[in-house]
Design a protein around this ligand. Sequence first.
Ligand code: FES
Ligand code: FES
Length: 157
Amino acid sequence: MQVTMTVNGDEVTREIEPRLLLVHFLRDHLGLTGTHWGCDTSNCGTCTVQMDGEPVKSCTVLAAMAGGHEIRTVEDLERDGVLDPVQQGFMEEHGLQCGFCTPGMLMTARALLDENPDPSDDEIRTAISGQICRCTGYTTIVRSVRWAAEHPAEVTP
Ligand code: FES
Ligand code: FES
C-alpha cells in the first residue's frame, strides 16, 4: 500500500507493507534514525515522536495510521545550527547520560512546553512518566526541561 504523510515539514510518500510500524518507517524508509527503538512493547518511550503536535510512541502507531498526519521527529528540533531550548537545556543541566532515551525525552518535553510553557516540576515529571531512562537520572532531566522553560527566547530561532 502507499502512504503519504508530512515528516518534519516535508510531504513524503512511500510504498509500505500494511503491518509496518511508524518507528520503522521513520528509521528504515526515511533514514531518520534519531528516533530510537528500545522495547517494541510501548514501555520505554524512546521512540516518541510528535503526531499533530502530540507526543506518541511510534512503535504503537502503524505507518498507515500516520497517513495524512504531521509527524515531527528529533531531527527537526535544531534549525540552521540553532538548538531548540530543550536540546540546550539537556546540555546545560546534564540531562543526557548514555543518550539512548534522549530523543523521546526531547520530543515529549517539546510537546509539553508547547502546551504549557511554565510547567511545575511535578508537571514535568508527569509528562515524562511514559519515558524510561535506564541510566535512571531523572533529576537532571527534570532540571533540563525546567532550564528550557526558563530560557525560551535565548535560543529559539
Ligand atoms: S520502542 Fe516504543 S516504547 Fe519502547
Ligand atoms: S540517558 Fe541512558 S537511558 Fe536515559
